[in-house]
Design a protein around this ligand. Sequence first.
Ligand SMILES: Nc1ncnc2c1ncn2[C@@H]1O[C@H](COP(=O)(O)OP(=O)(O)OP(=O)(O)O)[C@@H](O)[C@H]1O
Ligand SMILES: [Mg+2]
Length: 484
Amino acid sequence: MAANSPLRFRDTITFAELGPKSQFTPRRPSILWARIEQSPRSARLPLTNTRSSQPAKSQASRASLPEKIGKYMIINEVGRGSTGVVYLSHDPYYGRDVAIKVYNVDTSGDENRKRIARKMFLSEAHMVGMLQHPNILPIYDAGEENGHCYIVTEHVHGARTLAAYCRPDNLLRIDDVVELVYKAARALHYAHSRGVIHRDIKPSNIMLTLDSDVRIIDFGIALVADSEISRIEGIAGSPSYMSPEQVQSIELTNRSDLYSLGAVMYELLTGTRPFRAGNLQKLLHQIVFATPPPIHTLRPEIPEELENVTAMALQKDPEKRYKTGLDFAAELTRVHQKLRAQYNRIDQQEQFSLLRKLKFFHEFSHGEIWEVLRASSWQDYGDAEEIVKEGEMDDRFYIIVQGRVGVQRHGKALGYLESGDCFGETSYVRGAKRTATINASGSVTVMKVSSTLLEQVSAECQLRFNQVFLRSMIGRLQSAERSS
Ligand SMILES: Nc1ncnc2c1ncn2[C@@H]1O[C@H](COP(=O)(O)OP(=O)(O)OP(=O)(O)O)[C@@H](O)[C@H]1O
Ligand SMILES: [Mg+2]
């Protein structure tokens, strides 16, 4: 252990005292688990898994798959990192799936050193096991088998880590990055206020669930199994996210984690780490003395406020950083609100540009298009999805923005409508039922205009809308008559 490890000052607990059963209060089945299974998926964050969450397929790993660890049945390997191997396992007592991380064995050092390291490991696992926060991966149990320490945690179905989103060709939307870092900052604040410093915040230690929620993993424990010195020497992991005080082995405080989170945010925003050097010595020198390239030089659309937040987190002097994770999170909230407003404006601008091109809106002034846009909502449909059902009542007009829909009456196909066409004429008559069923033919975007909301736009706009709508209905009727 490095001299600055907070574990040095903590009372160690003997293995017997820490007997897995007595000390680790198993939690109720996670609510998060239910959310992962049931909640709708995020619209923007991609949902693909990273390589490490796939079961390992190599012959070697299959051959070495243990049948059981402690009382847990091993199902398959879900990931392998610099400090250990993670297995999907089954807890027969609670009848739930769990993940078991088995740490690599440090073969160096004498028996006494190993014994102390084991105690520290279990003590640390116990401390982290006490944390209960939605964005911290819960630890259910810990133990040791055949000289390998292991922890038992929630199994995150289809997990991926933030490492997948650090590549310049796979960056997340800026507001998504802010939201993820905000959650991580709050989770760190929670842990810090309970005396736990993570000490190894990096993209691969922040996991995302299937619905893109954050789970911080590897709290402190990895560093017990593997000394910070060996990490710095490049044996396990990269020191790129370590704070200046950490690489100098000066005593660590909570603010070291906030620096590391700042480094993660920098990379998520730009696709590059704050410092890059040809060798370790140069890298450490840069972490202590250099200023990272300004973010806007790498991604110009990043707002100045967000650049300032990142720079503040990456201050060399811990005293100049955010005091707590909560302060960090509060600043991110302010940036997030501005970004959301900006994105809404961008989304609406895009919608406006699309509408202007549709024949339905050719006679509308810009102001009138904006009025209709505000009285509408947009919806995407997949192939064969039902948009309108014959016989139902509903007060909306529909305009096809993109794609094609099929029209059916009494189960008989009547034809297709294309982008720029409208339907929903029955909304002109209060209490009237839909006379046809409309299904998407391929993917379709429709704009739904509520007749109630339309009554609130200017009289000119209403008139224009009604004229165009009726004209296109009459045109459709005439062409139907011609073809019959
Ligand atoms: N609880 C879990 N549920 C599902 N998958 C997990 C879980 N914990 C870890 N994994 C998967 O296993 C991989 C390796 O795990 P982990 O990060 O703990 O290893 P590590 O030794 O700390 O490596 P690194 O240094 O890259 O962080 C992760 O990238 C993740 O995909
Ligand atoms: Mg890890």
